[in-house]
Ligand binder design. Structure first.
Ligand SMILES: Nc1nc2c(c(=O)[nH]1)N[C@H]1C(S)=C(S)[C@@H](COP(=O)(O)OP(=O)(O)OC[C@H]3O[C@@H](n4cnc5c(=O)[nH]c(N)nc54)[C@H](O)[C@@H]3O)O[C@H]1N2
Ligand SMILES: Nc1nc2c(c(=O)[nH]1)N[C@H]1C(S)=C(S)[C@@H](COP(=O)(O)OP(=O)(O)OC[C@H]3O[C@@H](n4cnc5c(=O)[nH]c(N)nc54)[C@H](O)[C@@H]3O)O[C@H]1N2
Ligand SMILES: [Mo]
Length: 773
């Protein structure tokens, strides 16, 4: 890896197109297996191929064109490298020396190929047999006074089969401690939608996208994070639908798109718009913006009634399907326009324009992602989105609905399989009915609670099924301390990451095969299954030969841990692994919607799990869709962030660059934002840079404000002048996670407020000025 030149220059091209092709080819060449990986990639999202390990966006059932995208290609390439991190690698590098390397460097070294144990005496990882690794885990788990002293983390790439076995094992062992990546991601969507419409998932299908008159895209950057979605947005604009974006940053993928698989567009260098309106709210201002739209609808509804014009609300829907309209309208009346305008960061005219676009459309889909879910008031924000949709019956009809766009490729499936610290009663009942054990009923730990428990020394064993817990979580030094406090940390992983270096007293790395790879078991080649954002379940079978025979599948590793800990209780774990159909038969017995699971998988493209709310069956406590009459927060800045009454310099959001997958950094570039060769940057409005007494390009330390004795600081970030609303800043995650206080999380969602961190900037110690083109 050569040292890259740092530069910063606005990007002029469209999203995707030539820029994407160029970038993909670069990554292919760098993988060391270019031709093989191109062939591999052509199997992505194909029948008899594998599901893209990138995002959770779905695929048109009869789709011909885009089967993969630039960032899917990167994800595949990253996994399918020929480089190895084996015993020789660990003999050469001590854990302390590895710790000084960047996250990028660590993952770049290649695939983990054999189980390793940390030897504290030499500070090196050394090989261990699978049997001994399983025994070590079992010994620790059995020695705990209480099963609630162990934390079982899941990241969202785990297959349905792996996740089902994992939750079965963990519950048979006796706890609901299931911190997972979803806790940091779409938790608020699950909680909010559950309360409003009785199901914590989106109600739209891929086909709905093709029938919508308007698609609202709120707090989401699909050009980078769900690239296959922008083709859908472009097509919507092309057929005359409105695509209305709410995002403080002008994201390239939400502006123009060039189809990389359309020869005419490519050769003529043409591109098409992907939106018809773009609003730039304050961070955390979306609830106020949605409320403003609803308040306009109410005003127009009243005017229509007075003038005998057609109604604006869908009264039939409201009356038959919902509860709480009167309370909600009262709250709309009670919320002042001043409050809405001030908090949304939009002008009244902008809100009115958005409301007109909304009201004109018979069928509206609202999509959202982390810009909505990573705030203190994310649950009420999601519920406000639902309120708005309920006013016009935009739930449960073709071309309309609620669409939280999920992150990890199987994060939705993992929840469906029961990775849930709040173990729903139906699940515990179903497990007890099917198996011979008493399911724990007590609520377990989510991610924030798991960190707190480890910090306090109450939890002593950490097991991670994928992911990078040490970096993905908030308050990095404290999270690291939490992991170090453990007696044992275990990571089931494909690639080396920092979590493996932040060891407990004992530590294990268990190498697994990924989506792209062949999974051979006693009865032959196995497929796993996943569920996308549209509740489509389909099979995925890898094609590449794993780099080493020592690597095992995730289900096999979970089964190995379970067998060593519980013996053949409550199932014969090894027998299940011989043929994953057997695991799916258990899933069919326990999880609703999976009857005849194995048979239904034969359907090309998989099967639709269904969604009760889409059928206007409301599984809420009231049996109706509920309007939620929440108040707007009085002030978005919490008391605790007003340290000694100090006003923050800026509010910071932490986000993804174009060349990363969560904590996996593919390169130091962020093409659409014009950044090359650097990640230690902070995007700020030039007026703010000057107001705070700095020059563009100057290096600063960033300190976050929270009412405790901990100093949270990151050092030496370059100030980049950017087209961003005044008062805001943006920087990359995970580098900025040290700034997010563990105690700053969403009410009722416990999701760290990664999109709202009150900060102060200070001159960096070495005060150089970088060149800003
Ligand atoms: N290539 C790639 N694909 C990915 C991922 C990846 O890292 N790389 N990660 C996957 C995962 S796990 C997830 S959850 C998704 C994440 O997908 P996104 O949610 O798109 O990811 P973020 O980069 O966090 O971007 C949030 C967007 O919201 C905007 N935003 C921030 N705060 C606010 C706000 O208060 N209001 C509004 N309206 N907008 C706001 C930001 O400007 C940014 O454009 O992507 C998935 N897909
Ligand atoms: N500040 C801030 N923090 C955030 C966010 C943010 O926007 N801002 N976003 C949050 C969100 S939305 C999410 S989802 C979390 C992500 O949190 P995680 O899911 O924990 O993190 P990832 O970076 O996706 O995990 C990458 C690691 O997973 C392992 N891996 C990759 N593929 C596989 C596989 O197939 N099997 C197994 N077993 N392991 C595999 C590799 O070792 C790789 O190093 O981060 C959250 N943290
Ligand atoms: Mo996520």
């Amino acid at each position: 890896m050569s040292k890259q030149q740092r530069s910063y220059k606005p990007y002029q091209g469209p999203a995707a197109g030539w820029g994407a092709l160029k970038s993909v080819v670069h990554f292919w060449l760098d993988s060391g297996k270019a031709v093989k990986n191109i062939r591999t990639l052509l199997k992505t999202n194909q029948d008899h191929g594998f599901d893209c390990p990138g995002c959770a966006w779905g695929e048109a059932p009869e789709n011909g064109l885009v089967k993969f995208c630039e960032n899917g290609a990167k994800a595949v390439n990253w996994e399918a490298t020929s480089r190895r991190v084996d015993a020789a690698f660990f003999a050469k590098h001590s854990v302390s020396s590895l710790s000084t390397q960047s996250d990028y460097w660590l993952e770049y070294q290649g695939r983990l190929t054999e189980p390793m144990r940390y030897n504290p005496a030499t500070d090196h990882y050394v090989p261990i047999s699978w049997d001994d690794a399983f025994k070590t885990i079992a010994t620790h788990l059995k020695a705990l006074e209480n099963p609630n002293q162990a934390e079982f983390y899941t990241s969202g790439r785990a297959s349905n089969e792996a996740a089902f076995l994992y939750q079965l094992f963990v519950r048979a062992y006796g706890t609901n401690n299931f911190p997972d990546c979803s806790n940091m991601c779409h938790e608020a969507s699950g909680v909010g939608l559950g309360r409003s419409i009785g199901v914590g998932k989106g109600t739209v299908t891929y086909e709905d996208m093709e029938h919508a008159d308007a698609i609202f895209v709120v707090g989401q950057n699909p050009g980078t994070n769900h690239p296959r979605m922008i083709e859908v947005l472009r097509n919507a604009v092309k057929r005359g639908a409105q695509v209305v974006c709410f995002n403080p940053l002008k994201e390239r993928g939400l502006e123009r798109f060039q189809h990389p698989q359309n020869p005419i567009e490519m050769l003529t260098n043409n591109s098409l718009p992907t939106n018809t309106a773009y609003f730039r709210p304050a961070l955390g201002g979306d609830m106020a913006a949605m409320r403003g739209i609803a308040k306009f609808l109410l005003q127009w509804e009243r005017e229509a009634q007075l003038n005998g014009k057609p109604a604006v609300f869908d009264h039939d829907f409201i009356q038959k399907q919902t509860l709480g309209i009167d309370e909600y309208l009262a709250v709309l009346d009670a919320t002042s326009w001043e409050h809405i305008v001030q908090q949304s960061g939009l002008t009244l005219a902008e809100i009115e324009q958005a409301a007109r676009m909304y009201a004109k459309a018979d069928r509206v889909i609202i999509c959202w992602a982390m810009g909505v879910t990573q705030h203190r008031h994310s649950v009420p924000t999601v519920q406000e989105i639902a309120n708005l949709q309920l006013l016009r019956g935009n739930v449960g009809k073709e071309g309309a609905g609620l669409c939280p766009v999920r992150g990890h490729s199987n994060v939705q499936g993992d929840r469906t399989m029961g990775i849930d610290e709040k173990a729903p009663a139906w699940l515990s009942d179903a497990l007890e009915k099917r198996f011979d054990f008493k399911a724990p009923r007590e609520r377990g730990h989510n991610t924030v609670e798991a960190i707190a428990a480890m910090l306090a020394g109450e939890a002593k064993v950490f097991i991670g099924l994928g992911g990078n817990f040490a970096q993905a979580t908030p308050d990095t030094p404290r999270t690291h301390q939490a992991l170090r406090n453990c007696d044992l940390t275990v990571h089931i992983a494909t690639k080396l990451n920092r979590s493996h270096l932040v060891t407990g007293k004992e530590a294990l790395i268990l190498p697994c095969i990924g989506r792209t790879e062949l999974d051979m078991q006693a009865t032959g080649k196995q497929a796993i299954t996943v569920e996308d954002s549209f509740s489509m379940v389909h099979a995925s079978a890898g094609v590449l030969k794993p780099l080493s025979r020592q690597m095992r599948s995730e289900p096999a590793i979970v089964a190995g841990i379970a067998k060593a800990t519980l013996g053949n209780h409550p199932v014969d774990w090894e027998w299940l692994i011989e043929d994953y159909d057997r695991i799916r038969d258990l899933i069919a017995d326990v999880i609703p919607g999976f009857k005849n699971f194995n048979v239904r998988l034969d359907n090309p493209g998989g099967f639709y799990l269904g969604n009760k709310a889409r059928d206007r069956v409301w599984n809420t406590a009231t049996g109706k869709a509920n309007f939620a009459p929440s108040q707007l927060p009085l002030d978005l800045i919490p008391e605790a962030a007003r340290q000694n009454g100090q006003k923050p310099d800026l509010i910071l959001q932490t986000m993804r660059s174009h060349d990363q997958y969560n904590t996996t950094v593919y390169s130091l570039d962020d093409r659409y934002r014009g950044v090359k060769g650097q990640r230690d940057v902070v995007f700020v409005n030039e007026a703010d840079i000057r107001r705070l007494g700095y020059e563009p390009g100057q290096k600063v330390d960033i300190v976050s404000l929270w009412d405790d004795d901990i100093e949270r600081r990151v050092r030496g970030f370059t100030l980049l002048p950017f087209d961003i609303p005044e008062g805001q800043a943006a920087a990359y995650y995970p580098e900025t996670n040290p700034l997010v206080p563990l105690e700053s999380y969403g009410e009722d969602s416990f999701t760290p407020t990664s999109k709202f961190v009150a900060i102060r900037v200070e001159p960096a110690h070495s005060n150089t000025i970088a060149s800003v083109a």
